[in-house]
Design a protein around this ligand. Sequence first.
Ligand code: XLS
Ligand code: NI
Ligand code: NI
Length: 438
Amino acid sequence: MTTYFPNIPVIKYEGPKTKNPLAFRFYDADRVIAGRPMKDHLKFALSWWHSLCGDGSDAFGGATMDRSYGGLSDPLKIEKAKVDAGFEFMEKLGIEYFCFHDIDVVPTDKTFAETRENLLEIVDYIKGKMAQTNIKCLWGTSNYTRHPRFMQGASTSYNPDVFAWAAAKVKNTIDATIALGGQGYTFWSGRDGYDTLLNTNLELELDNMARLMKLARDYGRAKGFTGDFYIEPKPKEPTKHQYDFDVTTVLYFIHKYGLEKDFKLNVEVNHATMAGHTFQHELRVARINNALGSVDANDGDLFLGWDTDLFASNIYTTTLAMYEILKAGGFTNGGLNFDAKVRRSSFDFDDIVYGHILGMDTYALGLIKAQELIEDGRIDQFIEDRYSGYTKGIGKKIVDETVSLEELEAHVMAIGEPVLSSGRQEYLELVLNSIIFS
Ligand code: XLS
Ligand code: NI
Ligand code: NI
């Protein structure tokens, strides 16, 4: 059998002290943390687009990476080779899930009907591979940013024929996702937004964006899809203003349009920072609204304003992220999708392996530290004590909503100035550091 990663063995856990670059330091798949094996907490997924399709090209230059899979030229043979390479990769790394766009798995220069045929053929091919392994589909999605017909949006285009194209693609990708047993279906359309309000009917565009989601939900449910639909927030890029700006904006949207029973959030680290939020903030907002679905696990570069999609290497970010995910009760249908790419200059196929080992170890250590933070209890206890005023007396009446403005006025007259206590931020940061570095 052809191998695409001849230098790569099955990657094993060797512990934090190993100097073997092709080993995990922290990711020990079967180690039980808080009653669940690490692999079930983390549910790592390969992104078809970055890892199997991405060729290193950027706005300033072409491909730096050879993705012809051994010099193949027949487009369908390349797609099948990508499946072979992807499954070899996932098996060697111990990654049990993958995420895909329709255009990641089929040639993109064909008619709609030919593309549908190709999709059916590749889905069958992938299913054959899945049957021989433990590998599952985390989620599928349609790409309607690449083709020029979507230059002015997909479901938010001014042109109903473009809406129809987007809808037809969604239908076929939902079919493919169901056929692959996918646990989720994600909406991210980078061109559903605007560059200027001077040409934009904002109200109609938002209504139409919801209309496609309703159609997708009703179609998916009628076809037996039991997973979650996700919206992936991002504030800008490629449009100046994206409608799915951040978690708060998306929550408002799904509630306004009655989508909240079927739709959750797919929160991406780099999109959070682009929106001016920490990743933890976005996860927290999703969590307290019972809408934390899945994660695009990458990292941004705060010196660069765009979506750099770095592999995660920041332990503070992953510790606080896993803290939120544990507090939310962990993933059900969702997981950690490596929507991350190696740098343009990391052009060897093996660099993708190092990228994933880095990301997996960074999240594994984050999980270990998040659980230690919860077991340590000092931060949770501090917060509980800080708000304890609301469990008794006037505070309890406020929370129970049994108090009037007159009664609050009388309370002020009786007590005079409130007695405050310190917020202790520096102490709490010291606690966090002491856990991360112990
Ligand atoms: C782009 C998005 C994209 C989605 C899937 O910024 O992150 O990769 O995750 O369409
Ligand atoms: Ni993403
Ligand atoms: Ni992104």
